[in-house]
Design a protein around this ligand. Structure first.
Ligand SMILES: Nc1ncnc2c1ncn2[C@@H]1O[C@H](COP(=O)(O)OP(=O)(O)OP(=O)(O)O)[C@@H](O)[C@H]1O
Ligand SMILES: [Mg+2]
Length: 157
């Protein structure tokens, strides 16, 4: 049985940022979070808060919409932030070096469906949705290795 990770309802962007900080504190090299959900649901917002919380001097974290990948040096090692929306073919994920980065860095990947079955089996999927109120988001968790799920659970308690 997979460890149950309860859905999170975030009523404000501050609440989403706080969750991102708590999740970030649990991550280690080799972990991948797949951030899925429609445009504007807060995937980049979540990634930005997470990355900046791992830096003593928080850098700008622009959306990787056009660069596809942005890399960051943090207190826990290298973090890759990718947005695969513009990937034309899953094989391009390999060309970007992503498949190696999965084991060597912490990866936060938006639009992971674009790389099809190249995403690592241990990764946890965070699904973002916008609820009725414009500023309310829900994040649900699926898949992932048990060890990573148990660390993420600590961030949700
Ligand atoms: N509760 C909330 N959590 C996260 N973001 C929120 C929330 N309420 C409002 N927002 C706003 O929603 C927007 C989310 O934009 P963001 O760029 O993170 O979306 P995205 O999911 O990365 O979209 P894309 O698929 O285009 O990359 C931001 O402007 C953010 O301020
Ligand atoms: Mg984005």
């Amino acid at each position: 049985m997979l460890i149950e990770l309860p859905n999170q309802t975030l009523n404000t962007s501050e609440e989403t940022a706080n969750l991102a900080v708590r999740v970030g504190a649990q991550l280690r090299i080799g972990d991948t979070l797949l951030l899925q959900g429609d445009i504007g649901t807060g995937k980049s917002f979540f990634a930005r808060a997470l990355i900046q919380s791992l830096q003593d001097h928080p850098e700008d974290v622009p959306s990787p919409t056009f660069t596809l990948v942005q890399t960051y040096t943090t207190n826990v090692g290298e973090v890759w932030h990718a947005d695969l929306y513009r990937l034309n073919d899953p094989s391009e994920a390999e060309e970007l070096g992503l498949t190696e980065a999965f084991s060597d860095t912490i990866c936060l990947i938006e639009w992971p469906d674009r790389m099809a079955n190249l995403s690592p089996p241990d990764a946890i999927i965070l699904s973002f949705t916008t609820l009725a109120n414009d500023d309310t988001r829900q994040i649900s968790f699926s898949g992932g290795a048990q060890a990573l799920r148990s660390r993420i659970l600590k961030a949700l308690l």
